[in-house]
Design a protein around this ligand. Structure first.
Ligand SMILES: Nc1nc2c(c(=O)[nH]1)N[C@H]1C(S)=C(S)[C@@H](COP(=O)(O)OP(=O)(O)OC[C@H]3O[C@@H](n4cnc5c(=O)[nH]c(N)nc54)[C@H](O)[C@@H]3O)O[C@H]1N2
Ligand SMILES: Nc1nc2c(c(=O)[nH]1)N[C@H]1C(S)=C(S)[C@@H](COP(=O)(O)OP(=O)(O)OC[C@H]3O[C@@H](n4cnc5c(=O)[nH]c(N)nc54)[C@H](O)[C@@H]3O)O[C@H]1N2
Ligand SMILES: [Mo]
Length: 761
């Protein structure tokens, strides 16, 4: 591999580098289905939106730390690296001395970039632990509900993705793939840490050639790749559909009662609910039809088809990123248990095929090199999506997974490698929350909205401006990432920033252990290779070769061990079995998550009263044109924009009814906020559904007004900041009700990619 090779979360590539920037990229040879997102890389290293040097908000510099409504609107002042280190170290020390380490919020959620050593989350968390600790966050925006419900009912959530049924097993054995949330290939380009194999498209081709059929249950036709049976329900009603399918299986003698008795607990409690014994509402296909809009006959036919062959029920991750998001994966698992094929090749349950390039890919037989993280002396944490709540309500309490948690009083927010203006819901509320702490620190390569809302902006290198290596648990290659270019302007590695801070704060030796970044790379590799049960080349040989192939566990079937021997391989649940009824959850007494999977009407859905005011259901899904907000200025992302705005897809009938034409700019709004977007018409979108992906950089028309319209199309100005339920408190950003109207006024310019003014002193 030539020296200009590197790795991103969406694939490995070789680059032509000219004038310190990536000029062109080619996918790594051998990638079966390279991600189009590689096209966002050229021009990204010297892009005008890069942070060129350390900067401090003028109000903070002149008036000192304290709550402020000026975050996001104030001017920045350039400071030297020495000044920045001194200011920041002193402020960290002040907060620790006056308020204790708990007053630092270091959850710092976000994807950052590929790289085992320079990974921003690993660096910031290690640094803050050595500082004496910080309030942390649990779980992810990706899998907030799953991360809590699935360990309780199947004993794991990780194994559902990392030890899932292999794509090859599906291609060879599955007759029917029933995909709740579809099986879109737009998402399977990506895996955290980097990915070099993209087998999904080819596996689906082989599956179809063998006669396999795919049923895509999704409001969007293109959530299924290739030929499939498309069922387009009302969004948010999948649990009702699953219950109706379960009802047919239970009442037509198609449920595998041996499997339910041997491998599960609580079937009877659930059956009483299913049949309406406990609530006088049998969950019949007719009942579900009124909720989901799919004809009852279609549901009956689907249930019978599912029982007639080898079937996988797979639930996309999006279905748990909504209010009551615990229910869809739990009910999907229950439905698969009723079919009795869990643990059989090509049958059973899946979670996230089509969500990530992870389910279906064989896991490594070893771990990857890792930076030791140490222990956080502070035990206070929040469910990750409770960040605004925490900042707004110090001392407030909330339910979480059977406990009652109290919010700490946060004085300093530290972010490195994530963008809350990308990931968090209800941006107007987030802006008010970010006004509360004394200090907001952000490490960023780019002037994202989060950087613009910081008091202290620390310019980071990108992953292409430093040596590193990376890989992921479900990819066979460890890939060397030699720097492609020198750091842009005055940017520094996060490691160098933390090392300087640690030295000034008196724990430099512990943080660096006396190693430079280059020495760490070698050290982590050498330590790792000594722990392996097989031999690998020396670090120098690996670096020269550019990549290293690691052994994988091929041909897995999810829960095959458990099926073969449920005693020896008992699950990590209280019963050791799949819990269709969870006595623990039942005892929590939550009104919004009971002891068995159940249908709860959401707040943001077309069947509820709110839809009279905001009659369109917006899907804020993952963008096909980039990873989250990363490289929004890249060519692929920019090519998707309409008059510079993020595209919103809608059904032609909904557009006509509002006097809207393709290519128009529209205002998308509800009672929380508004944004502009550019219209794409598509009859592959269910009527009364619109789709506006996440990731357009937040661009408030008036930066001083937290309620300002976003002129660029960030859907998180519209979404509700509420947890999935008292159980998991996961992110619910996938769905929101809106209205759309043609924008008749003058078009405000998009300024998100223009760097803010940074004054010289
Ligand atoms: N409405 C709605 N909201 C959602 C979702 C949804 O479906 N709907 N999806 C959610 C999901 S699943 C996720 S995972 C989140 C994603 O949310 P995030 O992970 O926060 O989004 P990214 O844009 O990837 O942010 C990563 C940031 O790290 C920066 N970065 C990259 N490399 C480095 C580095 O080396 N050092 C430093 N310091 N910074 C670096 C990038 O420039 C970028 O700004 O969004 C969530 N938000
Ligand atoms: N290109 C690209 N790929 C990505 C990412 C990215 O930013 N860009 N992000 C990655 C990350 S961090 C994550 S966590 C995963 C997330 O993976 P997911 O959460 O699965 O991804 P989404 O694109 O949000 O949703 C998938 C599809 O679910 C459908 N859907 C939404 N609501 C409903 C519903 O109520 N019912 C039904 N039946 N279908 C519904 C939508 O049509 C949507 O296109 O994606 C990963 N892949
Ligand atoms: Mo995610």
């Amino acid at each position: 591999m030539p020296r200009s090779a590197s790795l991103t979360h969406w694939g490995a590539f070789t680059a032509d580098v000219r004038d310190g920037d990536i000029a062109a990229v080619s996918p790594m040879a051998g990638d079966a289905d390279p991600s189009p997102l590689l096209g966002n890389l050229p021009g990204s290293l010297r892009h005008r939106s890069r942070v060129t040097g350390p900067a401090v908000r003028r109000g903070w510099l002149e008036s000192g730390p304290g709550p402020s409504t000026r975050r996001g609107a104030d001017e920045f002042v350039a400071v030297s690296w020495d000044e920045l280190t001194e200011l920041l170290a002193d402020e960290l020390q002040r907060v620790v001395d006056e308020h204790g380490n708990e007053a630092i919020y270091g959850g710092s959620y976000g994807w950052a970039s590929a790289g085992r050593f320079h990974h921003a989350q690993s660096q910031v968390h290690r640094f803050l632990k050595l500082l004496g600790g910080y309030t942390s966050s649990r779980h992810s925006y990706s899998l907030g509900a799953t991360g809590v419900i699935m360990p309780r009912v199947v004993g794991t959530h990780d194994d559902l993705f990392k030890r899932s049924t292999d794509w090859n097993v599906i291609a060879e054995h599955t007759d029917l793939l029933v995909c709740f949330g579809g099986l879109g290939l737009k998402n399977t380009g990506i895996n955290h840490g980097g990915t070099t194999a993209h087998p999904a498209r080819d596996a689906l081709r082989r599956f179809r050639r063998r006669g396999g059929r795919l049923v895509s249950i999704s409001p969007l036709r293109d959530d299924a790749h290739g030929e499939s049976d498309w069922l387009a329900p009302v969004p948010g009603t999948d649990v009702a559909i699953m219950l109706a399918l379960a009802y047919v299986l239970a009442t037509e003698g198609l449920a595998d009662r041996d499997f339910l008795g041997r491998y599960c607990t609580g079937w009877e409690r659930f059956e009483a609910y299913l049949l309406g014994v406990t609530d006088a509402t049998p969950k019949t296909p007719r009942w579900a039809e009124d909720i989901c809009g799919l004809p009852a006959e279609q549901l009956v036919a689907l249930a019978r088809r599912m029982a007639a062959g080898r079937t996988i029920v797979t639930v996309s991750w999006s279905l748990q990123r909504v209010r009551h998001g615990e229910q869809a994966p739990w009910m999907g698992l229950t439905l698969a248990a009723m079919l009795g094929q869990i643990g059989l090749p090509g049958g059973g349950f899946g979670h996230g095929y089509g969500s990530m390039n992870e389910p279906g890919l064989p896991p490594l037989r070893c771990r990857l090199p890792y930076l030791p993280q140490g222990v956080n002396p502070v035990s206070t944490f929040i469910p990750v999506a409770a960040v605004s709540d925490m900042l707004l309500h110090p001392g407030g309490t909330h339910h979480y997974d059977g406990r009652r948690l109290t919010y700490p009083d946060i004085r300093l927010v530290y972010w490195a490698g994530g963008n809350p203006f990308h990931h968090h819901q209800d941006i107007p509320r987030l802006r008010r929350a970010l006004g509360r702490p004394d200090t907001v620190v952000v490490h960023e390569p780019y002037w994202t909205a989060m950087a613009r809302h910081a008091d202290v902006v620390v310019p980071s290198t990108t992953s292409f401006e430093r040596d590193d290596y990376s890989g992921s648990r479900n990819d066979p290659l460890l890939v060397a990432m030699p720097a492609l270019a020198a750091p842009h302007a005055d940017a520094r590695d996060d490691y160098a920033t933390f090392a300087a801070l640690a030295h000034r704060l008196g724990f430099g030796e512990q943080f660096t252990e006396g190693r430079t970044a280059a020495q760490w790379l070698r050290h982590l590799y050498d330590t790792w290779s000594r722990e392996l049960e097989f031999a690998v080349p020396s670090f120098d040989e690996f670096w020269a070769a550019g990549s290293l192939r690691l052994p994988t566990e091929d041909g897995l079937t999810l829960l095959a061990d458990f099926r073969a021997d449920p005693v020896a391989h008992r699950l990590g649940t209280p019963s050791g079995r799949i819990e269709i009824f969870s006595a623990d959850i039942d005892t929590f007494g939550y009104h919004d998550c009971v002891g068995h999977p159940a249908w709860f009407a959401p707040q943001e859905w077309l069947g509820g009263p709110r839809a009279q005011r905001f009659p369109l259901h917006l899907l804020a899904n993952q963008p096909a044109s980039r990873l989250h907000g990363q490289l929004d200025g890249g060519a692929v992302s920019q090519a998707s924009k309409i008059q510079g705005r993020e595209p919103i897809r809608m059904h032609p009938d909904d557009a006509t009814a509002r006097g809207i034409a393709a290519g128009d700019v529209v205002r998308v709004f509800n009672d929380r906020g508004a944004c502009l977007a550019g219209v794409v018409l598509d009859d592959g979108v269910r009527p009364r559904v619109v789709q506006l992906s996440t990731g357009a950089w937040y661009d408030p028309e008036d930066p001083a007004d937290p309620d300002a319209m976003c002129v660029h199309g960030n859907p998180n100005v519209l979404t509700a900041d509420v947890g999935t339920s008292s159980l998991a408190q996961g992110c619910t950003g996938a769905h929101v009700l809106v209205e759309v109207e043609r924008w008749g006024g003058a078009l405000p310019p998009v300024r998100a990619l223009e760097p803010p003014v940074v004054a010289r002193r």
